[in-house]
Design a protein around this ligand. Structure first.
Ligand code: NAD
Ligand code: IPM
Ligand code: MN
Length: 361
């Protein structure tokens, strides 16, 4: 199989973990006779420095023409006082919008060897397996342009949704629930927000199309609590953009580290973008100690969802599992035992496990 993959390494630890994903994908290509052709492009702070824009036109065109896109992370102190349109984050929001990637799938499933790495009690997290589906191109992130009024003393951010935007993400959530345990939790703030009340109406309408799916509504504050006290309660969670952003970082605690979580940003068909859930981690950037698993697992999601390469995706996930079982981990995973290792060393171990696996198969 021949595929063109756009790489957007971005800022901070982005380029470091992108190296890991690339090396793993090259190994998969060798083992299975695929041809993955990488095209690297600028986004975020890196693009601001080089092109004075967080999302150059050329990057958008390259992504549109690609079979899939892999993104590292954007952002950093250097650009934090820039005006809104010249912030790295604007590049990330821009590429999601330009590609129409309205659904962000964030699976949260811990590895057994990391049960001790979570500050939560082992019996609470054991067996948890959640898919957060976050609406990605609407809500507060994309309302009418934010503004400051009255000498900067009044601010306006707008939460805006059109019915069709809610319908398509709710459909996606029901379809995902049908592939899993058929339980859907819709999270909102319907006791306060009109947008949430429309969200609820649409969930209830769609529920009749998917009678096999058990549906519940939860308010976001209560959902935040239940997520870490009773994670086993959940199967698929669907929620709007900002709530999904916050709840997924919270849910990462179940897995031991934010550095473990992959994600897929997709639309109904066409190009998908795959990115870890975490950010550019400026506090550890440049040290070679970033956790590459979220990025590597995002590459596995790309193989599965964009290329239909299920076996190759499973092999990567197995190699990650074996690497963790062998004790390799970065410092963000607070484990007392095992082998504290660099990004490079962990990547080498994953590759070693991948190749050993293929030979024994
Ligand atoms: P962050 O996710 O970058 O970091 C939060 C904490 O988790 C930090 O202590 C960091 O060291 C740690 N961490 C995150 N990923 C890690 C990894 N792979 N390995 C080891 N430790 C890891 O969030 P933040 O510090 O709030 O934001 C930093 C910058 O990243 C900001 O500019 C923000 O806008 C940006 N950001 C970008 C994305 C993205 O590109 N998708 C996502 C979130 C935040
Ligand atoms: C994420 C990030 C982004 C978001 C930021 C960097 C714009 O936090 O991908 O989770 O809020 O969507
Ligand atoms: Mn986030």
């Amino acid at each position: 199989m021949k595929k063109h993959i756009v790489l957007l390494p971005g800022d901070g630890i982005g380029p470091e973990i992108m190296e890991s994903a690339k090396a793993v994908l090259n190994t998969v290509a060798n083992e299975h006779n695929h041809e993955f052709i990488f095209h690297e492009h600028a986004i975020g702070g890196d693009a601001i420095d080089r092109y004075n824009h967080p999302l150059p036109e050329e990057t958008i065109h390259a992504c549109e023409a690609a079979d899939a896109v892999l993104l590292g992370a954007v952002g950093g102190k250097k650009w934090d006082s820039n005006p809104g349109h010249l912030r790295p984050e604007k590049g990330l929001l821009g590429i999601r919008k330009a590609l129409g990637l309205f659904a962000n799938l964030r699976p949260i499933k811990g590895f057994n060897s990391l049960l001790h790495a979570s500050p939560l009690k082992e019996d609470i997290i054991t067996g948890s397996d959640i898919l957060i589906i976050r609406e990605l191109t609407g809500g507060l992130y994309f309302g009418t342009p934010s503004e400051r009024r009255e000498n900067g003393n009044v601010v306006v951010d707008t939460l805006y949704y059109e019915r069709h935007e809610i319908e398509r993400i709710i459909d996606k959530a029901f379809q995902s629930a049908m592939q899993r345990k058929k339980q859907l939790t819709s999270v909102d703030k319907a006791n306060v927000l009109e947008s949430s009340r429309m969200w609820r109406e649409i969930v209830d309408e769609k529920a009749s199309v998917y009678p096999e799916v058990k549906v519940e509504h939860l308010l976001v504050d209560a959902a935040a609590m239940k997520l870490i006290t009773q994670p086993n309660h959940f199967d698929v969670i669907v929620t709007e953009n900002l709530f999904g952003d916050i709840l997924s970082d919270e849910a990462s605690v179940l897995t031991g580290s934010l550095g473990m979580l992959p994600s897929a940003s997709v639309r109904t068909d066409g190009v998908g973008l795959y990115e870890p859930v975490h950010g550019s981690a400026p506090d550890i950037a440049g040290k070679g100690i970033a956790n590459p698993f979220g990025m590597i697992l995002s590459a596995a999601m790309m193989l599965r969802h964009s290329f239909g390469l299920e076996q190759e995706a499973v092999e990567i996930e197995r190699a990650v599992n074996e690497t963790l079982e062998q004790g390799y981990h970065t410092a963000d995973l607070q484990l007392k035992d095992g082998k504290l290792a660099s990004t490079k060393k962990i990547t080498d171990a994953v590759i070693e496990n991948l190749t050993t696996k293929s030979i024994s198969n």
